[in-house]
Design a binder for this molecule. Sequence first.
Ligand code: COS
Length: 389
Amino acid sequence: MGANPDFEPFRLPEEYQDLRSAIRGLAEQEIAPHAKDVDENSRFPEEALAALNESGFNAIHIPEEYGGQGGDSLAAVIVIEEVARVCGSSSLIPAVNKLGTMGLILSGSEELKQEVLPDIAGGKMASYALSEREAGSDAAAMKTRARKDGDDWVINGSKCWITNGGKSEWYTVMAVTDPDAGARGISAFMVNANDEGFRVGGLEHKLGIKGSPTAELYFEDCRVPASRMIGEEGTGFKTALATLDHTRPTIGAQALGLAQGAYDNAVAYVKERRQFGKAIAEFQNTQFMLADMRMKIEAARLMVYTAASNAERGSADRGEKLGLMAAASKAYASDVAMSVTVDAVQLLGGYGFTRDFPLERMMRDAKITQIYEGTNQICRLVMGRQILG
Ligand code: COS
């Protein structure tokens, strides 16, 4: 113990601290100024996309051999956390780029990686299409069908709740290739936005993350070459779930950033706001609320960073599967984001309820983190199954 002078327990190595400073600077200068307008007008954060693309923070996880930065999972969650601290919608650019390419990175052929990943490293976006209207938590109940036709696959059906749908160039699409084989009859494909028969449908009108389009996708005899299948036929459901084991911590990171942003705003406010002749920060009631918020944020950060780091090691500690901590970090951090943002609004009182401050936006944005990439109930189900073997 203590023999390795470079080892500092529970302190991020300097390179990650430098990364945090860099992305925080960029987020505050280039992304934060537009966050209010993006939310109010439900418009895509083009400024954020440009700044992230310019700096390579758009998809830091893409390996260097495909033109990316080769950032590890911890680097990716720090980027997402820092962007979410100022704009939840914008943080979905790096988060969903990872979600939309992770299956390919984990299980795709070299040829397909070469076809897709340089595009994403270069600034185009990727999305993930698993859910359907009648297949949400029960993802294996999907109906979208892919039939073999010569050397091609022909896809028919629709997907919904697709984050950044319509903005992405590439889509990881799960479809049934053998309807008699249940989850083992599902395969994964990379579909390009320009493929014939692919169409983006209506957008959802949402409570939060209004700058990130949530779209329906339609496949009408959408023909893709066999080389676009990710991995072997029938492995698509496993690829989809393995992807989520890697990306649930990124939603934890988004939640963490929203909580941190709300907390930072609240701390600044209570020092300025005076009532009963003194700053409200001087009231013990205020201090207890801030202390609770901070405790939860610190605990969530440890879980998210641990889950992300597990992914680098390929498995979790204590012989548990990767998915347990991935689901735990997402569920915990998103519950923290909800409670911290609600408390931050409370600390600002009537002002917190107005659009003059970003707290109500952060509170609205936080809600989805309890829902997507596996509702927190599904995350607990995933954990329960793994705890009990
Ligand atoms: N990684 C790889 N494979 C996995 C896996 C994982 N984490 N978890 C399960 N599998 C495999 C199983 O081993 C099984 O394969 P075999 O039949 O060959 O053994 C197959 O996948 C099906 O697993 P299971 O029977 O557990 O599937 P269920 O239909 O019972 O559903 C849940 C599993 C509920 C966990 C899954 O449907 C789920 O995660 N739903 C939520 C989906 C979601 O998060 N949607 C949000 C989309 S992104 S916004």
